[in-house]
Design a protein around this ligand. Structure first.
Ligand SMILES: [Zn+2]
Ligand SMILES: [Zn+2]
Length: 318
């Protein structure tokens, strides 16, 4: 009888766990998805735990136009200004390029008090180049005086996971190589036991002569194996026909899948990556690039990952 009870209890636990793990852990609202040209649709991803309206914004190339789209699509049932001022709690900026931060700078007069989390090499660009009185107004809390102190710079490092103020999220940071001598950042976001990985612009280790991605894959492999990683946001800027010497620190479908091969091996191979959402960001929309990149990824997806092509303003559940 005792054994039977114990058996029943473990069965109930297993069912409970299965139901729990089938529930989405995160909601993502892309405010911008492209890697160039379309200044109203550049890299910016709002992310929160599912069912929680306290978001962080991973990069902020486009903000207002993305929020307008999200409100028009009824992704948010509040006006743009309310979402911007009350739902959005903090920015995480991956690197200093305009297509990852212009929306934040332009919208700063209408924004509420927030933290900007970034590595020192990104905060330096914000402080010296954008929130300076020659290019804009200094809405931040350091740099050229006078300081308007709406935004608080929060310096990240790669040592420890940090709690994100005013949210239930935690973030661990990794350095990426984005062209010779230029760094970008990846953010590993955690809510309870679930993780989502967002990469800013990055080149492939083979092209960059770097081991930044290898180190990142080593760090997340245990999370993939434990099914705790709910998705990877990663760029594919150019199609395969882009020559290696004109990648400018970016990925192609072939290079992306090569990197996924490294991750696959570190996770022990087999079907470990099958159905893991791979959210393809930062497509540069010149010429036929968009169609080519999608086709090339679909034709070469050896680990059967779930390819997701995000749309501005449309919620993604992970
Ligand atoms: Zn970019
Ligand atoms: Zn860039």
């Amino acid at each position: 009888m005792k054994y039977k009870n114990r058996f029943l209890l473990s069965l109930v636990c297993m069912v409970f766990y299965a139901v729990l793990s089938a529930q989405p852990a995160f909601q993502v609202v892309p405010l911008g998805v492209k890697g160039g040209m379309a200044e109203n649709n550049l890299s910016a991803y709002m992310l929160a735990p599912a069912g929680d309206n306290r978001f962080i914004c991973l990069d902020a190339g486009t903000v207002h136009a993305g929020l307008e789209k999200a409100v028009a699509k009824k992704t948010f049932r509040q006006p743009v200004s309310v979402v911007l001022k009350t739902y959005l709690k903090a920015y995480f900026i991956s690197h200093g390029h305009l297509d990852h931060l212009a929306g934040m700078v332009i919208n700063s007069p209408e924004d509420s008090v927030k933290n900007i989390y970034a590595m020192p090499y990104v905060l330096k660009v914000l402080r010296d180049k954008y929130f300076s009185w020659q290019s804009w107004a200094n809405f931040a809390d350091s740099g050229e005086a006078p300081l308007l102190k709406k935004y608080h710079y929060k310096t990240l490092d790669t040592i420890a996971e940090v709690p994100v103020e005013n949210t239930d999220l935690f973030v661990k940071t990794f350095i990426l190589s984005h062209g010779t001598g230029y760094n970008s950042t990846a953010f590993l976001v955690r809510h309870q036991e679930a993780f989502a990985l967002y990469l800013g612009d990055t080149g492939a280790d083979t092209i960059e002569h770097s081991s930044r991605l290898l180190q990142l894959w080593q760090a997340i492999a245990p999370l993939v194996k434990a099914k705790q990683l709910k998705g990877i946001f990663i760029e594919t800027s150019f199609p395969n026909q882009q020559p290696d010497n004109q990648l400018f620190g970016h990925l192609t479908p072939k290079l992306l899948m090569h990197e996924m091969g490294v991750l696959h091996q570190l996770c022990g191979g087999g079907n470990i990556l099958q159905d893991l959402p791979l959210i393809v960001t930062h497509i540069k929309p010149a010429g036929n690039n968009e169609a080519d990149i999608k086709k090339q990824l679909k034709q070469n997806n050896p680990f059967k990952m779930k390819l997701v092509f995000p749309k501005q303003g449309k919620r993604i559940l992970l």
